[in-house]
Design a binder for this molecule. Structure first.
Ligand SMILES: C[S@@+](CC[C@H](N)C(=O)[O-])C[C@H]1O[C@@H](n2cnc3c(N)ncnc32)[C@H](O)[C@@H]1O
Length: 211
């Protein structure tokens, strides 16, 4: 079910704390799995949708890619801009995953880590990510498996209680992608409730497709 939440207000507020929060929620191995699965090549261009403070973006820069970091929260992008000051290989764009302000067929890779469960229309976002890929470009989405931790809606502004992997497969195919595969990363997200009496423990999937 799609919940109405104000994720922009939430991420604007937690921007300065997000990196510390993220480290307790999920590990850097999620990024390693995503970048390995994409077989990223130096000198190519990637978009990081819902880039936030740059968990994926900074990994891509380290591997020699140029990155377009897109997010609806300006404060999150400001943190990323501070981290990457003086690095020419990254540019920033405030925008929505459902209407990505980028021309068709320009990026070699699109990554979206933990963004999709905040998006009102995930199928439309997947279609947008596919639209900006060059032919043969690769889309990689890492996000939460379907779960029942309702407190994440009220406390973390999640719109979706994760996703069924079968839905990801359908959205990728509908977006015109081929070689679609959705599998387990082997990693889990652990997110405590504000009161500390609950802790969500959720599998993380990786969805892969080629244009
Ligand atoms: C859970 S954070 C993940 C940030 C980063 N990808 C990471 O792994 O640390 C979700 C990010 O998605 C962004 N976001 C949420 N909904 C969005 C949308 N519809 N369009 C663009 N960005 C969105 C938020 O502002 C936030 O920065």
């Amino acid at each position: 079910m799609n919940r109405r939440t104000d994720s922009r207000e939430y991420f604007d507020k937690v921007a300065g704390r997000w990196d510390a929060m993220r480290q307790t929620y999920f590990s850097e191995r999620v990024r390693d799995v995503a970048l390995s699965e994409a077989e990223v090549q130096r000198g190519t261009l990637a978009a990081d949708v819902g880039a936030g403070t740059g968990f994926v973006t900074t990994g891509l820069i380290r591997r020699g890619l140029k990155v377009l970091a897109i997010d609806e929260s300006l404060p999150m992008l400001r943190v990323l801009r501070g981290k990457t000051a003086g690095i020419p290989d990254v540019c920033f764009c405030v925008g929505s995953a459902e209407h990505i302000p980028v021309r068709n067929c320009v990026v070699d890779y699109v990554f979206a880590n933990m963004c999709l469960h905040h998006v009102a229309q995930p199928a439309a976002a997947v279609a947008e990510m596919a639209r900006i890929l060059v032919n043969q470009g690769t889309l990689i989405i890492t996000d939460l498996d379907a779960h029942a931790f309702e407190f994440l809606v009220h406390e973390r502004t999640d719109r979706w209680l994760g996703f069924n992997r079968a839905d990801l497969r359908i959205w990728f195919v509908q977006a015109g992608l081929k070689d679609v595969a959705v599998r387990d990363t082997g990693e889990r997200a652990h997110v405590p409730s504000d009161s500390g009496d609950k802790c969500a423990d959720i599998g993380i999937f990786i969805a892969h497709g080629k244009k």
